[in-house]
Design a protein around this ligand. Structure first.
Ligand code: MRU
Length: 367
């Protein structure tokens, strides 16, 4: 385990790509190894999972998070389930699939990844003794695909970014949210590597602070200039005329182009539209759910209120002892607030309903 105190102790640009991925299979120890995203930015530690129950818990408690990373975590979770089935192997695999999918209900990628593995479980052509190996192989394929697809959509997103742009970014959508590269932050990183000078205003992203903890850490790794802002400062900066674009990811995109993403994305998009700043959501096509007609039908995860209440400022609790709270983890931004939706197959412009569907079908995904 690497345990480095203080962000300056972390060497830049060494944690992704050839060196380390967000989630990996350790073929020697036969287990899953993941970066512990609860500990960053001050501690860089790994968590290992040997059972599907451990993976379900890691997804629930956000050791691993971010929609595309959850697809791969779900697939590897299935691989763990069939290595050590409690009961009849296929029956246990179906039970494990439900546990995994229910762990985080909004990000459709999790169900997409698990269902892809269930196709193998349901195949009568694969014997019980071959199942574990076939599923592990498919999980590896998905991890490789994730990197390839995210690099491509990052390249597409980078084409929208101009030299000198200031971009507001919400949540964390970098390598940590996928296997490698990322979506919205991947596009920013790609543009940065093309030599474009970009300044990122990093929304801190309450309550779990994926912006100030993870996106800021990733920007440090890549050498991308950034400043952290409180979520409620975004309107101030958008009105100043000094912000060129808003970029964020997606956890589920409905057939009409409505986007469920980290709580606060909607308010940010409203403020951007009021100030004529273009808004882009960047995601792989596996995030599109054509079976859900509009954003109103997307299930929104409500997380434990301790995430809102149990915080301290300068060593003191910030809420009264018996305070109550609400904690929706996502909101829906209606499609009308987007300038474009960026995917690996290109940038989708309005009318979103029609153009998203053709994009999905032309790329042989079932949505
Ligand atoms: O609750 P999280 O941290 O899993 O939420 C993540 C987001 O909302 C991201 O913006 C989204 O998954 C897209 S990441 C590539």
């Amino acid at each position: 385990m690497i345990n480095l105190m203080g962000r300056n102790a972390l060497p830049r640009g060494r944690f992704f790509g050839d060196f380390m991925r967000t989630i990996e299979w350790d073929s020697t120890k036969k287990l899953i190894k993941m970066i512990d995203q609860r500990k960053l930015p001050r501690r860089f530690e790994f968590v290992t999972c040997q059972t599907v129950d451990q993976m379900v818990e890691a997804i629930r408690n956000m050791t691993i998070r971010g929609a595309p990373a959850l697809a791969v975590a779900g697939a590897y979770g299935m691989a763990l389930a069939v290595r050590n089935p409690q009961g009849e192997i296929r029956q246990f695999a179906r039970y494990a699939a439900k546990q995994l999918i229910d762990a985080r209900p909004t990000a459709v990628n999790l169900g997409w990844g698990v269902n892809r593995i269930l196709k193998i479980v349901d195949s009568s052509e694969i014997s019980d003794s071959d199942l574990a190996e076939r599923i592990l192989k498919e999980a590896h394929n998905m991890a490789e695909e994730d990197v390839r697809i995210n690099r491509k959509l990052s390249e597409n997103g980078a084409s929208l970014i101009e030299d000198g742009d200031t971009i507001i970014h919400h949540c964390n959508t970098g390598s940590l949210a996928v296997v490698d590269w990322g979506t919205a932050l991947g596009a920013i990183r790609f543009a940065h590597e093309q030599g474009k000078r970009i300044h990122v205003l990093v929304d801190e992203t309450r309550p779990r602070l994926q912006g100030s903890r993870l996106t800021a850490w990733e920007c440090d790794q890549y050498g991308i200039p950034y400043e952290i802002i409180t979520d409620n400062a975004a309107g101030y900066f958008l009105r100043s005329g000094k912000v060129n674009k808003v970029f964020f990811g997606a956890d589920r995109v409905a057939a009409n182009g409505d986007v469920a993403n980290k709580i606060g994305s909607y308010m940010l998009s409203l403020a951007a539209n009021a100030n004529n700043v273009p808004v882009y959501s960047v995601f792989p096509l596996s995030t599109v759910d054509l079976t859900t007609k509009s954003g109103d039908l997307i299930p929104i995860e409500e997380r434990d209120t301790s995430e809102v209440l149990d915080i301290e400022f300068q060593g003191e609790a910030v809420t009264p002892l018996n305070a109550k709270a609400r904690n929706p983890a996502f909101d829906v931004t209606p499609h009308g607030l987007f300038t474009g939706l960026v995917t690996e197959a290109g940038i989708v412009y309005p009318p979103f309903e029609q153009n998203l569907a053709s994009c999905v079908y032309n790329n042989n995904l079932d949505g």
